[in-house]
Design a protein around this ligand. Structure first.
Ligand code: SAM
Length: 251
């Protein structure tokens, strides 16, 4: 897969995509990530990319010409063009999964007061928001989308199964994780995780994920895929009962 990030501030995105898992995935050719300077697609002596809004008002607006020129130069058949915008649909794990199956994703980072509306009307396929707050630019949102999408591409995560157990992947939040030491400041890691009994561990993890989701994001349980035993358990949570060991034996 290829992801192109179109921005006026390339240095804001270059460093993070060269680090850690993304950097290694790029180096191994598992994913291509391009950083495109919008100014390269502006014309005229001063390569102007923004202008005053028609009708007045504070701030500047990104002009349509450089954005159209950049996308027209980059776009390959099947590419999806996404504008990062607080007015867009809310980015989720499900959308990350959908985008990870594309061959080419072009992310447009807005700046200032935003982007000329004709970009939304005639250039982009989708608009995504990373949440109900306003940032100074689309670079951080583009990095967030890139990171979430890239880690779902085949081979990017060392452990192929890791993403399957993440929060939201199964419609639930992930349960607690522990590592060495077994005991820290009087707090012991749960015995079941040290038991080596993989079936029991899987059961415990599922139970913890259900319980945590119930406590923190109960609305996720409305759409999560649950077995009849798990549905019964959630009913018990609703009636005020917490998780107990007996469920692990029956599930
Ligand atoms: N005036 C715009 C509004 O009220 O909707 C906000 C513009 S914001 C200061 C500048 C750019 O940052 C936007 O064009 C967008 O690319 C990006 N941006 C800011 N917040 C965002 C968010 N929550 N999600 C996605 N992009 C965002």
């Amino acid at each position: 897969m290829r992801i192109d990030i179109v921005t006026l501030f390339p240095r804001m995105v270059e460093e993070p995509i060269g680090e850690s898992i993304l950097g290694r995935a790029r180096a191994r050719g598992l994913i291509e990530i391009g950083v495109v300077n919008l100014r390269d697609y502006a014309t005229g002596k001063h390569r102007v990319t923004d202008d005053y809004p028609f009708g007045g008002g504070g701030g500047m607006v990104l002009k349509p010409e450089p954005l159209f020129a950049a996308v027209e130069a980059l776009r390959t058949p099947g590419a999806r063009v996404v504008l990062l915008d607080p007015r867009g649909r809310r980015f989720t794990q499900a959308i990350a999964g959908e985008l990870s199956r594309l061959t080419h994703l072009i992310l447009l980072a807005g700046r200032y007061e935003g982007v000329d509306e004709r970009v939304s009307a005639a250039l982009v396929d989708d608009e995504l928001s990373i949440g109900d707050y306003v940032l100074t630019g689309g670079e951080l949102p583009a990095l967030i989308v890139t990171d979430a999408v890239a880690r779902l591409c085949p081979g990017v995560l060392g452990d192929a199964g890791a993403a399957r157990h993440d929060s939201f992947a199964s419609g639930l939040l992930e349960g607690p994780q522990y590592t060495r030491p077994e005991e820290f400041r009087g707090m012991r890691a749960p015995e079941v995780l040290l038991s080596g009994d993989h079936a029991k561990i899987a059961c415990w993890r599922r139970l913890q994920a259900l319980w945590r989701t119930w406590r923190r994001r109960p609305e996720l349980l409305e759409t999560a895929e649950l077995t009849p035993a798990e549905q019964k358990l959630v009913e018990e949570f609703r009636r005020g009962k917490g998780p107990d060991e007996s469920w692990m034996r029956s599930a």
